[in-house]
Design a protein around this ligand. Sequence first.
Ligand code: NDP
Length: 264
Amino acid sequence: MDLELKDKIAVITGGSKGIGEAVARELAREGVHLALCARHKEEVENTARKISEEFGVQALGFACDVSRLEDIEKFVEAVKSTYPEGVDILINNAGTGSAEKIIDAPDSRWQYYWDLHVMAAVRLSRLLAPLMQKRGGGVIINNASICARQPLDYEPIYNVTKAALVMFSKCLANEFITYNIRVNCVSPGLILTPDWYKTANIVGKEKGMTPEEYLENIAKENAPIGRFATPEELAHFMVFLCSPKASYCVGSNYYVDGGWLRVT
Ligand code: NDP
């Protein structure tokens, strides 16, 4: 199937590694030009350069902490000067798990995750919509989590802020479809990325397990499929949602979770 994505332009937050990098690579494979951001400058620039060399597309790598409005504004300026013709796709992906108890987590922690998981998507959608309108429309995908619906007990702040992102996606979809911008949300289950290794090191140690034992246990106990997904397995689905072939997909939240969600 021709996904009709050649020479589209995509902005991806958290594009230096994990799911964001996989989506960037799979879009580049279809001929999409990229603007990637992440906090670590050297890493995001390297990822952009490698993808550009491998797939022959243009790729900007830009250091930006999406929890900060000033950084987002600078990133959007860089996107505008790299792609004055506008952009077609925005993937709000940057994010990370948390670990806390509500009883002692300070307000500052709640605020950080709110800015990272919700306000980054609000601000980038608002700032990039005019660049999509220049192209006659576009696509926004927000990467939430199965935890928005089925919480994990060690990360209440993550669960709550991802749930807010799902509702934001629905509201945004209803408003932005009038500009021919299709908004959808994806709620992944277990995707084996560097973020899971970080969690496995912390939570595995508390439970007296090696990171590998912890990860295997998590997959076997939770996902009926019995394993983690690769980032590419999720990326393929997200690339399809970006394509005009998904033209009637608007305002939905898609679970990609190996059967982990226990209720529908
Ligand atoms: P990784 O930790 O592997 O990658 C996260 C990416 O986001 C990196 O590029 C990181 O780069 C960037 N990032 C993190 N914080 C910020 C920030 N403040 N500003 C800009 N960039 C940032 O995570 P995953 O690939 O696993 O996760 C990606 C998204 O998918 C997250 O939103 C996560 O919640 C969601 N998700 C993941 C699941 C999984 O099983 N892996 C399941 C469900 C949802 P840098 O550190 O340089 O900033």
